[in-house]
Write a new protein. Structure first.
Length: 82
């Protein structure tokens, strides 16, 4: 309560974020949200909800942390619409 972050960093488990967490984090009014994910499907689902709550997806960067495997992490940047 009373916290007004300028940026939020989330790195959820494979199942992604809960809807209540997404809504609570969006209500802080943080200007930027960095979302790190090992599951593109849940990341896409969560980003869609952030977009409905006033955030714009600016960038998605895949990162190969586990070379020669099919595992890829993705880092996304969401920015609050003015």
């Amino acid at each position: 309560e009373g916290i007004q972050p300028t940026a939020i960093l989330v790195d959820p488990p494979r199942k992604g974020l809960t809807e209540s967490f997404i809504k609570a984090s969006a209500q802080t009014g943080a200007a930027r949200i960095a979302y790190i994910s090992c599951n593109v499907a849940t990341m896409a689902r969560d980003i869609k909800l952030y977009q409905e709550l006033g955030y714009e997806l600016k960038k998605v960067q895949p990162v190969d942390l586990f070379p020669q495997t099919h595992h890829v992490e993705c880092v996304s940047l969401l920015v609050k619409r003015s």
